[in-house]
Design a protein around this ligand. Structure first.
Ligand SMILES: [Zn+2]
Length: 85
């Protein structure tokens, strides 16, 4: 009996116990009676929550792009340094 196997099974069972909420598209524990994110929200609150999620995702995308640009700049810089020596 290895610890790794047990850990994997635990992670798998955790994934199985998650479901995607049809209202807000966020994932939550299946055993919960209602979604913890939007369960107590009315349609106005839900719209606001969705807007916030969208803003978050856009911010993440922007951050990801910034990192790619930075990596590219560093690579170009290194290439230039290499070609000069
Ligand atoms: Zn929800």
């Amino acid at each position: 009996m290895s610890f790794g196997m047990g850990w994997k099974a635990l992670q798998l069972s955790r994934l199985k116990n998650r479901q995607r909420c049809p209202r807000c598209r966020l994932q939550y524990d299946k055993r919960k009676a209602q979604c913890p994110y939007c369960g107590d929200l009315d349609s106005n609150g839900l719209a606001e929550l969705k807007w916030k999620i969208e803003q978050d995702q856009q911010a993440n995308t922007r951050l990801g792009k910034l990192f790619i640009y930075l990596a590219l700049l560093i690579m170009i810089g290194l290439l230039l340094l290499n070609s000069q020596t």
